[in-house]
Design a protein around this ligand. Structure first.
Ligand code: FAD
Ligand code: DLZ
Ligand code: SF4
Length: 509
């Protein structure tokens, strides 16, 4: 019987992950390694590193309790080679085997490293998803455009979620129309369940502080769930107390409430502490029991079996070059205020501020504040993508890159989005309370105090006229721009240029 090394990565912490399912306790060794390379290929937020390392420690402990032989290497072990393939090579020599089994990683960088590792590595499909690669390819084959909505309906039918026979429950596939309420005065949900660090977590926090404390982001207070039971508790808490209003206020933003009615389950889903289907079943059960309305349940389930599955399909369908695309040829460097330097734009400052403290911002903050600004200002999408990959606790390339490069920056030329997600300050004002108390005035279009989003919005449309003016969904925007008198348009463009110039030179904007 040949001994094999079963590699479990930091985002593969599921007891029924493919590599573990076909391993044998009497023969195989589970290899897990905390390595500097994974913590620093981008400068991950310290909270994200702590989440992964603490969850890895607890997962290894659970494996040992279940009778597995686990070769676990801590970050500060002097024998640690500090890379995943280095650790596999070292363990192969130690256990006298060259056979490795791994569930396919969620990032081409690591797949490539393992393919080039001088060992016999067998990859198994990561089947913690609802759509396999083959299913996504079959769905994509022959389609002119790969829009999410039809894929989502197939996933609903496949899993029988919110279905009434072969019809969607409630009569509609999509209740998005009901899900665009502006920010409420009061939020009745006190936010995600928070966990006091135990000894294992505290030890990891000390380690992360010493090794990665210089990265952008606050390590403490740290309250994430770090094992399956805690993550399940966090999910149950959200379903019970937050879900009912999730749909209504999904797109709303508040300066002093980071979480509104959001679930905060993506970090747990993405490292394997929760399973997407169990999350969706819990939501569906709450609807069936009459505890939450259909727009909340449908809106939530669409995010998980629709968007989450779809972006993963796109990442693997498009291949390793996808994350480097730059269809709009944007070349500007990411401004320092994305890393916490001062800015007078209150919306950006608040979104970045909560990213720093929580390693979290919700979808609309990512899309319509930080993403929108980067797109309007023409920031290099590779720099934008690196930022998102670093700063959010839930960021792994298979999910981050399509959301940033595709959905948010239109750098894939329209694979994901049929038009760029750009807006002036008016949208931010409608959906948030950011503009009250901002240095800029959202109602001012040019001159003293003009909101930069207002200026840059037209600048974006003007500089990309060749690409977008024939887009049916953007015709109105161009007609409005074209109706302005020449002097007004010249003023807008000149002020936008002056703003960008100031920003590039590191001035306070
Ligand atoms: P909720 O708002 O409560 O939504 C419920 C769940 O739906 C999430 O937990 C998540 O699993 C899923 N979901 C919702 N939207 C998406 C989506 N567009 N893609 C994939 N899953 C989705 N999500 C990540 O998991 N990792 C990322 O690195 C990431 N980067 C993003 C970058 C940008 C520019 C944008 C616009 C979105 C990004 N998202 C990413 C999607 C979304 O913002 C997060 O999934 C969500 O904010 C997570 O918080 P939550 O659990 O409170 O989600
Ligand atoms: C994100 C991360 C970090 C910070 N550290 C580790 C680690 O030390 N060991 C490990 O096995 N995995 C880690 N990860 C998760 C990997 O980066 C992740 O598996 C790949 O990005 C593929 O999705
Ligand atoms: Fe953001 Fe403009 Fe509103 Fe200020 S006025 S918060 S810059 S949208």
């Amino acid at each position: 019987m040949v001994k094999r090394l079963i590699l479990i990565l930091g985002d593969q912490l599921s007891m029924d992950i493919a590599a573990l399912r076909q391993a044998r306790k009497d023969r195989d060794v589970i290899v897990m390694a905390e390595v500097a390379e994974e913590g620093s290929y981008v400068a991950h937020h310290p909270k994200k590193i702590a989440l992964v390392l603490a969850s890895m420690c607890k997962f290894a402990k659970r494996l040992r309790e279940n009778g597995w032989q686990v070769a676990y290497c801590e970050l500060d072990d002097t024998r640690n080679t500090q890379s995943i393939s280095g650790e596999l090579i070292r363990r192969a020599a130690q256990f006298g085997t060259s056979d490795v089994v791994v569930t396919r990683p969620g990032e081409f960088r690591l797949i490539d490293a393992l393919e080039n590792c001088p060992l016999d590595v067998t990859f198994l499909e990561d089947d913690r998803f609802i759509a396999s690669h083959a299913e996504f390819e079959a769905w994509a084959a022959g389609r002119k455009s790969l829009r999410m909505e039809y894929f989502y309906r197939d996933m609903r039918r496949k899993m029988g979620l919110l279905m009434d026979g072969d019809k969607p429950a409630g009569g509609k596939w999509n209740y998005d129309h009901d899900n665009r309420k502006p920010a409420p005065e009061d939020v009745a949900f006190s936010g995600p369940l928070q966990f006091t660090p135990d000894q294992i977590v505290n030890d990891v926090l000390d380690l992360v502080e010493a090794r990665f404390g210089h990265h952008f982001g606050d390590l403490r207070p740290f309250w994430f769930a770090t094992d399956r039971e805690q993550a399940q508790g966090a999910l149950a808490h959200f379903v019970r107390h937050g879900l009912a209003r999730f749909g209504d206020y999904q797109d709303a933003m508040l300066a002093d409430n980071q979480f509104l009615y959001h679930a905060l389950v993506s970090p747990y889903l993405n490292i394997g502490l929760l399973d997407p289907l169990e999350v969706c079943r819990a939501v569906e059960d709450a609807w069936k029991a009459g505890h939450v309305p259909i727009n909340a349940a449908e809106g939530f389930i669409r995010q998980v079996i629709g968007w989450r599955e779809y972006v993963r399909g796109i990442y693997f369908h498009e291949g390793p070059e996808y994350a480097q695309q730059n269809a709009l040829d944007h070349q500007r460097h990411l401004p320092d205020f994305y890393w916490g330097a001062q800015t007078n734009m209150r919306c950006v400052s608040k979104a970045v501020g909560q990213t720093k403290s929580e390693a979290y911002a919700h979808h609309i903050q990512r899309l319509m504040v930080t993403g929108n600004f980067a797109l309007l200002a023409g920031i290099d999408p590779t720099e934008v993508s690196e930022w998102y990959l670093a700063v959010y606790a839930d960021a792994f390339e298979w999910v981050e890159a399509p959301n940033v490069v595709g959905m948010s920056q239109f750098a894939d030329g329209g694979v994901i989005a049929s038009k760029p997600y750009v807006s002036s300050g008016a949208y931010i004002n409608r959906m948030s309370d950011y503009c009250k108390g901002c240095h800029y005035k959202v109602s001012v279009k040019t001159g003293e105090g003009a909101c930069p989003f207002n200026l840059l919005y037209w600048h974006f449309l003007d500089r990309h006229r060749d690409r977008f003016s024939n887009n049916a969904r953007m015709g109105n925007m161009y007609r409005t721009w074209d109706r302005m008198d020449d002097t007004k348009r010249e003023t807008v463009l000149a002020e936008a240029e002056a703003f960008l110039e100031r920003m590039d030179q590191g001035g306070l904007v």
